[in-house]
Structures are given as C-alpha cells and as structure tokens.
Design a protein around this ligand. Structure first.
Ligand code: AMP
Length: 398
C-alpha cells in the first residue's frame, strides 16, 4: 500500500471505490449528500494532480439487474457541482465496451462515473472475474468507501489482488477513519471510556468484550442497560430486555471485575407509561421500575454520574444513544452525554463517535464539530471495534 497524499497521480487512470449510496426522494432528488461530500477531498486531490478519475459505487439494493431508481446517473449533476464544475462523464454499465472506451479516452482532470456496481450480482458475491474487469479500467486503485469496508465484495476487496502494493491506496476518508479507529483501539491514552448505548445487548456483545481488553471504563446506557439490571435481580417493568442474554450480561460484569474495568450502569431512569412521544413520565431507580412502566432515558443522577466519568477521560469512544432520543421527552440523557463529550474534547481528550444512531444524535444536537472524529461507517466501524479484520482494509494493506 502507498500513501495517497504523497503520490502524484498525474496522467494516471485512478479507479476510486466510493460510497455514493445517498438517499433520494420520490422525485429522485438527493436528500442528504454527506456520503458524496465525504469523498470529495480524495477526488479533488486526484483532479488537482492531473489524474483521470474513474468512480465506482453501489447504490441502493437492486434485486435483479438494472433499475431506473437505482441508477447513479441521478447523481451526475450534483457531483459536478461538488467538484466545482468538473466534467463528469457517465458509463451506462460499470464494465464492458463503453466503460473501457470512455476510461481510455479520459483527459487529465476529467471524471468518469460508472453505473451502479450492484446491477451485477457478481459484485456482492465477490466474483474474481468481475473484479478483474473492473481492475482493467484503472492504473491504480483507491479505496475510499469505509462504509462498505466490512464487505468482501468485488470492488471493495477482491479487486485488490489485481494491483501491485504500490498501486493500492486508501483515499483520504478511509485514511481518516482507519487512523481514528487505530488511535482508539491501539494507542488510547488512559483513562479510556467507551460509552455504549442503543437498543440491544446482542448487537454490542462483541464490542464490549473487545473493549474489556482496552478500556478503563465502560458506560452502558440505552435500552440495553435493562438486561444488565434484570440479570442482577432488578425489576424493570416493561423496559427492553433480552431474556436470553441475561447470562452474557452477568459474564460481562464478571469479566470486567477480573480485568479491573469499571462498568457504569445508569442509577436512575426516566420512565414512561407507554412507548410514545406523549407518554406520562416519571423517574425511578433503574433496578426498581414499577409494573406497567418502561425506562426510555437515563435519569438526572445517571447523567451526572456518566458526565463525570467522561470529563475525566483522555480517550472517548461513543456508540449508541442513552435513550429514545428521537422523542423530545427522552433525549435529555443523550444530549447531556454529547455535551460532556464535547467538553472533554475541548479539554484535550480524543473523542470518536461511531455507529449509526449516536452519529445521528450528535448531528441532530449540533455537536458534530465539537468531537474529534465522527465516523461515516456504521457497520464497518462496529466490526472494527469488535476486533475483526475488515476485508476492504486488508485488501489495500495486503
Ligand atoms: P442501536 O441501533 O442498537 O444503537 O439502537 C438505537 C435505538 O435504540 C434508537 O432508535 C433508540 O431510540 C433506541 N433506544 C435507546 N434507548 C432505549 C430504551 N431505553 N428503550 C427502547 N429503545 C431505546
């Protein structure tokens, strides 16, 4: 693998795997272009060098071949705007004669967008023949699609074998994601707190187990905290609970004790009489919730308790909200945690927010620019923190 920034791509055909899987409305207009914007620095660097940019991406989940609503042609105009008016050509198929011809005729600084990779079922199957055809389009391969780095697809991983080590690169987005994750996983300054929230323990077991090897403190909030409460003999009313994970919760608590990792569970919860934005609310100890009520956010003592741990930390990883932050009555906990993370960051801590809903929360509350890094790759970041090797990273590193 070579360093992207120190390479000059002048005159080279640069095949870049991006994640342009943006949402469209019924009129096929882009409703959130963040994924496209995230790839712009990489594309602009190649254009500035005088390279020839060839972009490939998946888009939606087409079932059986081409489908109009999943065509990447809907992105051409906006892509050109994001690239300050650069010429964006389009190939109706990501492989084949037209793609080959257009790629070979590209002039320096021009951009070619290939049609949706997933119009070929070989993409998701990781088919080697298909990967080879894609590889033939470029002199070098740049992987900038962190969001799909956990998939061993043709364009994200298998393609790597058709490029020599000095012709494979991480794009700038991918480089940033990998560097941030590595910093937290392998170079964390202590105290290191992991804040884990969200709905289900089952989704987060592997992450927690991996973090038990690394963190000094683990804060557990959100719906998953109630499985831990019940496992220890608490009463939790109608709160979320995975009865088949009670043993795992106890095992995690035991392991944490053995490894001297402090587990922090919310002492109190905001409780509701129904799962609804207009529910009646009250407050109760998290291990003593009355029948007919459910915990939907952490309470004020827990906010205080968690904030203190966060503010004393030098490294912070945050995955998953503390409550049902989508409803105003239950967003106070998540917001308070966001404020504490922002404050700790301002005081010199390194903070990484990764994984779907906590990213949505920091964006919603306007804290995205007050933390050190917000990851764009939900599933990929989760798997990274579970300690797995991501195929899209391994394929570049070799
Ligand atoms: P996850 O995708 O596992 O991170 O879960 C995120 C979802 O968990 C969000 O939609 C939250 O509304 C939900 N959530 C957080 N806390 C609770 C809770 N106490 N009860 C039910 N759902 C919750």
């Amino acid at each position: 693998m070579s360093a992207f920034n120190s390479h000059n791509f002048n005159g080279q055909k640069v095949l870049i795997r991006v994640d342009f899987n943006v949402p469209l409305n019924d009129s096929l207009e882009i409703t959130d272009d963040s994924r496209m914007k995230a790839a712009v620095p990489t594309i602009k660097k190649v254009i500035a060098d005088g390279g020839k940019v060839i972009l490939m991406s998946h888009f939606g989940r087409p079932k059986d071949g081409p489908e109009e609503k999943y065509s990447l042609k809907h992105l051409i105009n906006h892509l050109s705007v994001l690239l300050d008016g650069a010429t964006v050509l389009f190939a109706n198929d990501c492989i084949g004669e037209q793609a080959n011809l257009t790629a070979s005729m590209l002039r320096n600084g021009e951009v070619l967008l290939l049609e949706n990779l997933r119009f070929h079922k070989e993409e998701e199957k990781g088919d080697e023949g298909f990967a080879k055809k894609l590889a033939e389009l470029g002199d070098v391969w740049v992987n900038d699609a962190f969001g799909t780095a956990h998939r061993a697809h043709a364009s994200t991983a298998v393609i790597g074998k058709f490029f020599e080590a000095n012709k494979r690169f991480f794009g700038l987005l991918m480089e940033g994601e990998v560097a941030s994750a590595e910093k937290v996983l392998h170079k964390a300054e202590k105290p290191f707190v992991a804040i884990i929230g969200g709905a289900k323990v089952s989704d987060k077991i592997l992450i927690i187990e991996n973090l038990l090897e690394r963190a000094t403190d683990i804060i557990i909030g959100g719906g998953m905290a109630f499985t831990f409460m019940k496992a220890q003999g608490g009463t939790i009313g109608n709160s979320l609970c995975e009865n088949d994970r009670l043993d795992i919760a106890l095992k995690i608590l035991k392991l944490a004790k053995e490894k001297s990792v402090n587990i922090h569970l919310p002492s109190d919860s905001v409780i509701a009489d129904k799962f609804s934005a207009d529910a009646e609310t009250s407050v109760a100890p998290s291990n003593s919730i009355p029948d007919g009520w459910m915990g939907l956010d952490i309470g004020s003592h827990a906010c205080h308790q968690f904030s203190n741990v966060i503010k004393a930390s030098k490294t912070i990883l945050w995955n998953g909200p503390m409550g049902v932050f989508e409803m105003p009555k239950f967003q106070h906990g998540t917001k308070t945690i966001a404020i504490a993370v922002a404050e700790a960051t301002q005081n010199g801590a390194f903070s990484l927010v990764g994984g779907g809903d906590s990213v949505a929360a920091v964006n919603q509350f306007g804290f995205a620019d007050q933390v050190s890094y917000v990851s764009t790759g939900g599933g990929a970041m989760l798997e990274y923190f579970e300690g797995k090797t991501l195929p899209g990273i391994a394929a570049v590193k070799g």
